[in-house]
Design a binder for this molecule. Sequence first.
Ligand code: ASP
Length: 496
Amino acid sequence: MSKDIKGKNEKNEKNEKKNKKRLDYLCVLCFPISMDFARLNKGTFDSILTERLVGSIMKKVVKFGGSSLASAEQFKKVGDIIRADESRKYVVPSAPGKRHSKDTKVTDMLYGCYALAEADKDFSAELAAIEARYNEIITGLGLKLSLKDEFEVIEKNFKLKAGSDYAASRGEFLNGRIMAVYLGYEFIDAAEVICFHSDGSFDAEKTDTVLSKRLAKAERAVIPGFYGAKKGGEVKTFSRGGSDITGSIVARAAKADLYENWTDTSGFLVTDPRIVENPKPITTITYKELRELSYMGASVFHEDAIFPVRKAGIPINIRNTNSPEDEGTMIVESTCRTPEYTITGIAGKKGFVAINIEKDMMNSEIGFGRKVLQAFEENGISFEHVPSGIDTMTVFVHQPEFEGKEQNVLSAIHRLAAPDSIDLEANLALVAVVGRGMKSNRGTAARIFAALAHNNINIKMIDQGSSELNIIIGVRNEDFELAIKVIYDIFVSSVL
Ligand code: ASP
């Protein structure tokens, strides 16, 4: 045996011993896991194994929506979720949401209560009802905590007319206080770490600096969602549903590995369940696809919440508090996973007007398009799509936005572009078929159009972006639901 080979063999033996040790160690770790989770499927088992192995070095930011924190029972589910994974270090709660369909969200109760205070009317009964909601949670959790002092301060500030943003922010503030005590986590008031400019816009860079410094000092913490403060301390909220944004900001500042957004659905669905019964869930979606779908009406997640984590390359996992074993939807920058059905999702909106403009020799008139669009700009109307022919150009706009300014826009087009004719068509809907898988597949458009034609749906407009990420189709408002159903059937139901 040559020296070289002998040396290699000795090395291999050593490696084998090392690997065996590693394997024994893994088996020890695996055993209790497999006992605990014997009934779970392989995918979940794998992810739990990974969580156990790397859980301690990973850092996750977890945001819980209002329905996940509406009652003590819901709080307990949240507590179990957080305790099940020690990498869930930073928690962003919303205010308590609806406990049942006829219930009122605490945020809405606060807005209502403050409206009375602002009008110098008695608001004591309304404030007491809000206090009762929190007390019910505290008692249900068996906590030794009193929010009496906080409510006295709130009452005083309402009388001083501290503003409706301050009023609404108390929903998250108080829920955060309860959550911190319940989990034994540090409480960080969002007013100290989420910064707004004096004009009310969000100050992303200052927030990132202040918040990262603060989080570095807190191993585990609760940071209430939805609000922050301006330089002088005046409380400012994001738009409704804004706790999603706080979660994303905290994930960026904490340099988290994952932002988990816990809600009451198991992630995104391929299409609207009000139109298609039990649509399939989406397991992985890219930020770009999500942007297209949410712009066209799909909603689970606040649109503005994507930016901070996307910038930091942190994936988002949408999960269901009421069904924590579901894997939910992963929102990622890019993925090599091909979508199961070629398309990722279908969304759409009703209520568009098409303004069809004709002019002989339009194609050779340089600047014609700019002049037409200027007419919309002058009237403060944004356009959605501009499909064009040789001597025709169509501009799609939102009907409610256009209606009040219709004649001003038309006369501006005449003045600026001198067309031969303008013709309007109202009550149109746009359907967006979105999917990164379309790029590598032939025949996607053909399948969509064939499905629509077989169902007697007339196509008014077709627009395929050069990225091949989406195909947008214009149909009449009354064909909207059927169009979505038949596209879903051809791509999803027919391959099942
Ligand atoms: N509580 C606020 C709302 O109802 C913010 C949130 O829940 O994200 O809009």
